[in-house]
Design a protein around this ligand. Structure first.
Ligand SMILES: Nc1ncnc2c1ncn2[C@@H]1O[C@H](COP(=O)(O)OP(=O)(O)OP(=O)(O)O)[C@@H](O)[C@H]1O
Ligand SMILES: [Mg+2]
Length: 272
């Protein structure tokens, strides 16, 4: 199967998109999948999460997506190899990504498909790709939806996060109905979960949406922020403790969902 592209997204800031993206990439790499992580957020937090600087002299994914950059670097010149076992990273850079977003907006005809084309060009080199996006439902966040096969909506058990979840899910549906008919919402993943009244209320509300909800919820844990500080994703440093096991359980659920999708595709081919 060619590379499957997943975006763990959400409109609301700070819900844990980057933390989840980094950990899922590490876990995918650990299971032997050739993994590409893409930092599409000008904040470049995914790049920092892997202990990398935004490119000091080099290039970022921003230049790869900006047609007004000349000469344009190649994927090989930008990608950082083995930032974790079997994980390569297309690093982000604030200025380059802001410029790229602007340049994409000027290209009404093909701007939104630039990342998809870029990822298509390496689809035989990787099994899975994770894209980290800014907290919004326009610009680069939509560029990522157009380039993705599956979306995991990351949310916190809070009323405001629930509202943004519905806005984000509606945007995914809009992109599916226009630019990317194959786009699937894989499910909603609860991060920073607790067992308070608000958390239970939000979980009930999420169930009413009919969206798949990951069985595993990620609890509030201090290792998440420690890992952000140290530039090593939690799943790497906390392999055997509870939180490491929880991220791996999310990885297993994702693998099951993807197996289901592959089986479905095989059945479709077989029935033709
Ligand atoms: N399960 C968790 N428990 C405790 N802290 C967490 C957890 N997950 C993430 N965090 C912390 O919450 C903060 C926000 O996380 P993160 O940067 O991953 O969110 P984000 O959705 O990517 O934010 P942004 O919208 O700014 O991109 C970070 O300090 C991170 O360390
Ligand atoms: Mg982030």
């Amino acid at each position: 199967m060619p590379m499957y592209v997943v975006t763990p997204g959400q409109q609301k800031g700070g819900v844990g998109k980057t933390t989840v993206t980094a950990n899922l990439a590490v876990i995918a790499g650990e299971t032997g999948l050739r993994t590409l992580a893409v930092d599409l957020d000008p904040q470049s937090h995914l790049t920092f999460s892997f202990g990398q600087e935004t490119p000091p002299q080099g290039f970022s994914v921003g230049e790869l997506l900006n047609d007004s950059v000349s000469p344009k670097p190649s994927f090989r010149e930008v990608v950082l190899r083995s930032v974790a076992p079997s994980v390569d990273l297309l690093p982000g850079d604030e200025r380059a990504l802001v410029r790229a977003e602007h340049d994409i907006a000027l290209d009404a005809l093909t701007g939104m498909t630039r990342l998809r084309k870029l990822l298509d060009s390496v689809k035989d080199d990787y099994d899975i790709c994770f894209i980290d996006t800014p907290p919004k439902v326009e610009g680069l966040a939509v560029v990522a939806m157009v380039a993705s096969d599956g979306i995991i909506i990351i949310t916190e058990p809070q009323t405001l996060a629930y509202t943004s979840t519905t806005v984000y899910a509606a945007k995914v549906a809009q992109v599916r109905n226009s630019l990317n008919p194959n786009l699937k919402t894989l499910g909603v993943l609860l991060n920073k979960s607790g067992d308070g009244e608000e958390a239970r209320f939000i979980l009930d509300k999420l169930r009413e949406t009919g969206l798949h909800i990951f069985k595993t919820a990620i609890p509030v844990n201090r290792y998440a922020s420690k890992a952000s500080l140290g530039g090593v994703p939690t799943a790497l440093i906390d392999r055997n403790r509870d939180i490491g096991r929880i991220y791996r359980a999310v990885g297993d659920e994702l693998a099951d969902l993807l197996r289901g999708i592959t089986d479905e595709a095989d059945l479709e081919v077989a029935s033709r």
